[in-house]
Design a protein around this ligand. Structure first.
Ligand code: HEC
Ligand code: HEC
Ligand code: HEC
Ligand code: HEC
Length: 209
């Protein structure tokens, strides 16, 4: 979305420059290409200035629209941040994901768990009001799933956590991110570590059902 906006802005800027450069008659660019080029050669200074202006605007647009979101995951229904909760506030992963070492579907905390704190912490923040909306209407928050595993693959956290493999090994630095990034687990990822750790690599027995 931001990228589209930035591209549109850039396109508008280029159009403007072309319009100014051709004194409102962009068709000149095509019909009199030869004269245009010789004009360019004669007016090097203006070209350099124009080039710098375009480069600068592109940089500004990139910094403003794209850079802060570079590598950020999908927009979630509530602007929840792992960086704030698990990072800055140091809340244990298992406080919110308590069944991760017991269940095949560790799951996302229900809104009640958010309200456990947010009934008292910043209760009037607009994002927290959204929590009340979901709670009052008993609608599960439609979180976007970000870690994807093919449906026919059997994965269980339990065996892995018992071997003290850190969350980060598979999920990356969750506690450093505001929005978690999409990531698809491919078979190579599983098999590589299983080889190193001498875990079962017999696919049909262990990982596929
Ligand atoms: C060996 C790799 C590995 C480790 C270590 C690991 N995970 Fe996962 N995790 C996965 C995979 C693979 C999935 C996707 C499972 C699926 O979609 O069926 C997943 C999914 C999840 C989900 C989403 C589940 C859902 O119901 O949508 C949560 C939450 C999660 N992991 C939390 C954790 C936490 C917290 C830790 C550390 C205590 C951890 N994971 C450690 C591989 C791992
Ligand atoms: C253990 C307590 C605790 C739980 C549980 C908790 N939060 Fe928070 N949350 C906090 C604290 C502390 C802050 C920082 C408040 C501040 O800025 O003063 C915060 C801030 C926020 C903010 C505001 C961020 C900003 O931009 O200022 C949002 C949104 C939020 N939490 C959403 C959630 C959601 C969604 C859940 C449930 C999945 C949740 N929180 C669960 C403690 C918690
Ligand atoms: C305050 C509650 C809270 C804490 C603490 C927390 N999480 Fe989460 N977690 C959530 C919520 C809410 C989501 C769903 C929204 C999202 O994906 O950002 C989520 C999603 C995830 C997912 C993505 C599941 C998927 O596939 O969509 C993973 C993986 C995960 N958390 C791992 C962790 C790890 C690792 C930690 C500790 C470093 C941690 N979480 C700490 C609330 C929490
Ligand atoms: C960082 C290393 C690591 C990664 C990544 C990893 N595993 Fe494992 N896995 C292990 C280890 C170590 C064991 C053996 C645990 C034990 O001995 O109890 C294991 C065990 C298993 C088992 C049980 C095997 C059996 O003998 O029944 C399954 C199933 C499994 N992993 C599936 C997966 C899948 C699917 C993925 C990819 C999404 C994955 N693993 C990624 C290290 C890893």
């Amino acid at each position: 979305m931001e990228i589209l906006l930035a591209m549109a802005t850039l396109l508008a800027l280029i159009t403007l420059v072309v319009l100014i450069g051709t004194k409102g008659k962009p068709i000149v660019l095509i019909t009199q290409f030869g004269t245009f080029i010789s004009g360019v050669v004669e007016n090097r200074v203006q070209i350099v200035v124009f080039g710098i202006i375009i480069l600068l605007s592109a940089t500004v647009i990139w910094l403003f629209f794209i850079y802060p979101h570079a590598g950020a995951g999908p927009v979630q229904p509530i602007a929840f941040s792992h960086r704030l909760h698990a990072g800055t506030k140091n809340i244990d992963c298992k406080f919110c994901h308590p069944y991760v070492d017991q269940s095949i579907h560790p799951g996302i905390p229900p809104v009640e768990k958010c309200l456990f704190c947010h009934n008292y912490i910043i209760p009037n923040h607009p994002e927290i009001k959204k929590e009340h909306y979901y709670f009052d209407n008993q609608i599960p928050i439609p979180w976007q799933k970000v870690f994807i595993l093919s449906e026919h693959v059997l994965f269980n956290h339990e065996r892995h956590l018992k071997r003290d493999i850190a969350c980060e090994t598979c999920h990356g630095e969750v506690q450093a991110k505001d929005r978690l990034t999409h990531s698809e687990f491919l078979m190579g990822f599983c098999v590589e570590c299983h080889r190193e750790e001498n875990a079962n690599t017999d696919c049909w027995l262990s990982c596929h059902n």
